[in-house]
Design a protein around this ligand. Structure first.
Ligand code: TYD
Ligand code: MG
Length: 491
């Protein structure tokens, strides 16, 4: 329900920021803002597409995720763990917008105006045209909005602002829904780009009613490890653009700094010569990123071994383990398996299958894969490596960062450049190409003992050992002799 206060105080402002309502007094708010009532049918071809043109905030990484910027009249919900940097990001965005001459208002429901000012000073974000009101009361907030008439409104947070006229407690489902509805109505009526900060639960899910996500136009997720400086912003819903882009920031002394070369930052802490590590060139939105995929496999003390996955879909790990058992003879049924992507980057695309599979094989073998290799390609149920889009950009990014070899799906056209490209048709070929072919001999020992790190002798191989097919640079590498200690583990 829309609160009476909103009806009273909702101002109207044309797209140029002028108080259009003053010129057209009398009618209901919605008709005062728009020349045509929204519910009136019009020819599709006559609809003005510029009405939902994004306006850049000036923060490149934020604008990238928003497909250009914030659309006037849109409502964006940004969720993230406490302390991740939501207030910092939005203060920087507000200051940046204000610097461009766009009036902004911050409704600080969790902090005092003095706290916000101190942070603004630290961030170099103390600019003209940026207003703050410290209140947790919806009516007071709406009255301030009516007075200031901002083009950009930030409410921090939607869980701490409340309407005392409602019986339920601040932060309750009803309060969150009603306040969000009132603010969303205000945004639509006046064309104000509105950003709501949302808390997330322990599981990383946005707290509050599910309807909150339906009510807004855009849902952003701000993630990262609070103890590390890397932060990533992504859209899980976006009515005005794509949801594939990712924005990357570093939390520095002076606030959030957009990353100019994210691949280099993501690989900065990489340890060389470690088993279970492979770099995946992934495509996030339109941008290639080099992400290290790590796997750790250890003997389980439990009757139901653990599968702990971070950054890749758990279903992909299950599938890959099944394919690896079938096609390469790798069984980890009595082992705990841990998989993660470094930097907390979430990789949903199947092109990450091949690097993940190789990381698993390397982890089981305890043998590092050359640190100069990248790999990508989707793995099918039969162990075949399928093509991945934007292969050229992936390989170029790897070459730019100094990688020397790329394992790619068989049909990938060899891109030009200073990197050896090895086409692989199956997971077995890929395993051979990184000198781990003999893991299969070790994985299917007839005695099926239960240890990792045991003898390398007496293994019985199965399946073919095919080297990869280099299409540029060096000749094929022969499969090496067993040099690892492994015996696996079957009931
Ligand atoms: P904050 O934006 O308050 O997080 P949220 O709103 O998501 O709870 O930022 C919290 C952390 O960010 C805080 O612990 C300190 C750190 N920080 C910096 O490292 N540099 C800065 O310039 C700022 C403003 C904060
Ligand atoms: Mg905050």
């Amino acid at each position: 329900m829309l609160s009476p206060g909103l009806r009273r105080s909702a101002p109207t402002r044309g797209r140029d920021g002028g108080a259009e309502g003053e010129a057209r007094e009398g009618g209901p708010a919605a008709t005062r803002v728009r020349s045509q009532a929204p519910e009136e049918p019009v020819l599709l071809s006559a609809v003005d597409p510029d009405a939902c043109e994004p306006v850049p905030t000036g923060l490149t990484e934020l604008d990238r995720v928003l497909s250009g910027g914030l659309v006037p009249g849109s409502v964006t919900l940004i969720g993230g763990e406490p302390g991740i940097g939501k207030s910092t990001l939005l203060l920087q965005a507000a200051a940046s917008a204000a610097r461009q001459g766009r009036r902004t208002l911050l409704v600080a429901a969790e902090e005092s105006a003095e706290q916000v000012r101190r942070r603004a000073e630290r961030l170099g974000a103390l600019v003209a045209d940026c207003y703050v009101v410290a209140t947790a009361d919806l009516q007071t907030a709406l009255e301030s909005v009516g007075t200031i008439r901002p083009e950009l409104l930030v409410v921090d947070s939607i869980q701490t602002i409340g309407d005392p006229s409602l019986a339920s407690q601040v932060g309750s489902t009803t309060q969150v829904r009603e306040c969000a509805q009132a603010l969303a109505h205000y945004a639509k009526v006046t064309g104000t780009a509105t950003v709501l900060v949302g808390h997330v639960t322990k599981d990383g899910v946005l707290a509050g009613p599910r309807t909150l996500e339906h009510l807004v136009d855009t849902v952003l997720s701000f993630d990262g490890d609070r103890h590390h400086c890397l932060r990533h912003l992504s859209a899980t819903k976006h009515r005005y653009g794509t949801t594939g882009e990712i924005g990357l920031f570093e939390m520095a002394e002076s606030g959030l700094v957009g990353l100019v070369d994210p691949s280099a930052v993501l690989l900065a802490d990489r340890r060389r010569g470690v088993a279970g590590s492979v770099v995946a060139p992934v495509i996030e939105g339109r941008r290639p990123l080099l992400v290290e995929v790590q796997a750790l496999v250890s003997e389980s003390r439990s009757t139901s071994p653990r599968r702990v996955v971070q950054g890749v879909p758990p279903a992909r790990l299950s599938l890959l383990l099944a394919v690896l058992e079938r096609c390469v003879g790798l069984s980890v049924s009595a082992h705990d398996v841990f998989v993660s992507t470094v930097g907390g980057i979430k990789v949903a695309e199947p092109a990450c299958d091949l690097p993940l599979a190789l990381a698993l094989v390397s982890a089981v073998a305890g043998v590092p894969i050359s640190e100069k290799i990248v790999a990508f390609g989707e793995i099918g149920l039969g162990g075949e490596i399928r093509q991945a889009p934007a292969a050229g950009r992936r390989v170029s990014e790897a070459a730019r960062l100094g990688f020397e070899r790329a394992l790619v799906p068989i049909l990938t056209p060899p891109p030009a450049g200073r990197i050896e490209v090895i086409q692989v048709a199956t997971i077995a070929e890929a395993v051979s190409a990184v000198d781990l072919a003999d893991i299969r001999h070790l994985a299917r020992r007839p005695d099926r003992s239960r240890t990792l790190g045991g003898s390398t002798q007496g293994a019985e191989g199965h399946g073919e050992s095919l080297p990869g097919r280099p299409v540029a640079g060096r000749p094929p590498r022969p499969a090496v002799k067993p040099r690892i200690g492994l015996s696996v583990v079957r009931d």
